[in-house]
Design a protein around this ligand. Structure first.
Ligand code: UDP
Ligand code: MG
Length: 318
């Protein structure tokens, strides 16, 4: 196998505080890999500006002017982490041998890239970076994140436990990814769905050095909900079980009502009508809401809107 030409894909949203330091660290690291002949000299970094409202794009432009081994992509607005990542990957499809996606804050330890490349050379087409240690995360982040993976797995969503979006992909896998046209992109589920030889490397998650998280609780919940409804029919099945449960309750209420009637206890019967009515109309609403959730998904997919729109690209040879 030849020495691979690597592209590092870095999505950036309001990362002005950290971008220059991230760039320097990645550059030094790539240079050391080149010197060890682990990667091709033409390996590059691609920064994707995901509609930042600060100076992020300005910084990327400056970097691109001084360094032609950096590609800058500017999306027309904020499309979200997943779409920014896919933009960086797909816009560079077939130009590199393998791709590693990594967050701009370098919380995912770049030292793990060595291990990823080693596994790649041993034939893995996908290498997942897995967090073996989350002690640097706040307890809240740790608990919510771990619950997220457990919940996903229990509902049959094919995610890798404690793996976020730090991973290596072979160009062949990227070509297959390009065939997934869904708008609700949940890469952590799609990549395992694509298949191919895969392996894992473990690393310790580091602290964010500057700037703050771009994933507040609200965004995390939306992300988890998207992952579940894009991959699992569990919520729909849960509605069915809930319906069966309701039916059993309705039966016992029926027994109670009939017994009361035959024993001659029936009064106006207002409570026994209004209470179940309220209860069952409530549960119907839940069921309809959940079905609506899936219909909403179908609606979005049917529209087939582009997942991202490029404003412009710098320093890319095509
Ligand atoms: N990000 C992005 N678009 C967004 C939100 C985040 O491109 O709408 C990028 C962000 O710049 C970073 C990565 O996604 O490179 C992960 O975000 P962050 O580090 O804030 O998430 P956390 O590590 O706190 O989960
Ligand atoms: Mg981070």
């Amino acid at each position: 196998m030849n020495i691979p030409k690597l592209l590092l894909v870095v999505p950036c949203y309001n990362e002005q505080e950290i971008l220059n330091s991230t760039y320097s660290k990645l550059k030094v690291y790539l240079q050391s890999l080149r010197e060890k002949s682990v990667i091709d000299n033409d390996s590059k970094i691609c920064f994707v500006n995901d509609g930042s409202r600060d100076k992020t794009w300005h910084i990327i432009e400056q970097i691109c002017t001084n360094d032609n081994q950096v590609i800058g992509i500017k999306l027309s607005r904020n499309f979200g982490h997943q779409s920014a990542l896919v933009a960086g990957l797909l816009e560079n499809k077939d130009l590199f041998d393998c791709y590693i996606s990594i967050d701009a804050d370098l919380q995912d330890d770049i030292q793990a890239i060595d291990g990823m490349l080693e596994k790649y050379m041993n034939g893995s087409k996908v290498v997942y970076g897995v967090r073996s240690d989350r002690t640097t995360d706040s307890w809240f982040k740790r608990i919510t994140a771990e619950t997220f993976y457990k919940l996903m797995l229990s509902m049959g969503v094919p995610v890798v436990y404690n793996h976020a979006d730090f991973r290596l992909l072979d160009n062949q896998v990227l070509r297959e990814l390009a065939n997934f046209n869904e708008v609700n992109l949940f890469l952590r589920g799609i990549i395992p769905t694509i298949g191919f030889e895969s392996d894992k490397v473990y690393y310790k998650r580091l602290e964010r050095e500057a700037g703050e998280t771009k994933y507040p609780l609200k965004k995390m919940l939306i992300f988890a909900w998207n992952g579940i409804t894009a991959f699992s029919t569990f919520p729909m099945r849960a509605v069915l079980w809930f319906g069966i449960f309701n039916f059993l309750i309705a039966l016992s209420i029926g027994v109670y009502v009939l017994t009361s009637k035959f024993l001659g206890y029936t009064v106006e019967g207002w409570t026994s009508i209004v209470l179940p009515m309220a209860f069952f109309s409530g549960s119907d609403m839940i069921a309809i809401g959940l079905i609506g959730e899936y219909m909403g998904k179908i609606y979005e997919e049917v529209k087939g809107r582009p997942r991202y729109i490029i404003d412009r690209i710098e320093n890319q040879e095509k």
